[in-house]
Design a protein around this ligand. Structure first.
Ligand code: GRF
Length: 208
């Protein structure tokens, strides 16, 4: 049984989608061992508590400096024998030491079709604001492995949806979540549990 740590910063709708797929038996061979947030008030932590899953706040505010915070987060994951780390709406940059310790074992959900609308400043609702500003007709979400860049790691899965003329950033964000994020993040975790994902020369191969 693979042990997953899900890192969150906000409402946790992607976390909820993972819980749902586990409870419906779609994801087998893996469990969410802990949910960790940098915000003590993150509703995502309440979602974990409601399922008797360990919910932990590890925030930079709790430590003297960023290095101590980074070390505390890494220690928490190692002490729990975590196999994979899932960034689900987690807004802090992951430390280089964590990336090295969990090489090719950290995945992230990003609310656009990478390489479009990603990188510094492209997070949450801001992504959808830029999508509408640019006038693209298709957008979506991407699950990728995390490397030392920002939204630059090998792409695992993507799913697209339409952009409509009367969309607002909020209506678009909800559609991308409902039709893309909440589908491909659990699906990627399912494939990891099935051992059906591998990286070949920097490209991800996902078996059917
Ligand atoms: C969403 O926009 C998601 O795409 C991004 O973080 C935001 C909040 O997600 N990764 P959640 O509701 O906390 O899962």
């Amino acid at each position: 049984m693979l042990k997953f740590a899900v890192l969150v910063s906000g409402g946790g709708t992607n976390l909820e989608a993972i819980f749902r797929e586990i409870e419906q038996g779609q994801i087998t061979g893996g469990q969410i061992a802990v949910v960790i947030s940098n915000h003590s008030e993150a509703y995502a932590l309440e979602r974990a508590k409601g399922r008797n899953v360990d919910a932990v706040c590890i925030s930079p505010k709790m430590y003297q400096n960023r290095d101590e915070f980074d070390q505390a987060l890494l220690n928490e994951l190692k002490e729990r024998n975590i196999d994979y780390v899932v960034l689900a709406g987690y807004l802090l940059q992951i430390s280089q030491s964590l990336i090295e310790e969990f090489k090719e074992r950290i995945i992230n959900i990003h609310p656009s079709l990478i390489p479009a609308f990603c990188g510094k400043g492209f997070y949450g609702i801001h992504v959808h604001e830029k999508v509408l500003e640019r006038g693209v007709k298709v957008t979506g979400a991407t699950v990728h492995f995390v490397d030392s860049g920002m939204d630059t790691g090998p792409i695992i899965m993507q799913k697209a949806t339409h952009v409509y003329g009367d969309d607002t950033p909020e209506t678009l964000q909800l559609r991308v979540m409902e039709e893309c994020e909440w589908i491909i993040l659990p699906e990627a975790i399912k494939k990891i549990c099935q051992g059906k994902i591998r990286i070949d020369n920097g490209h991800v191969i996902v078996e059917d």
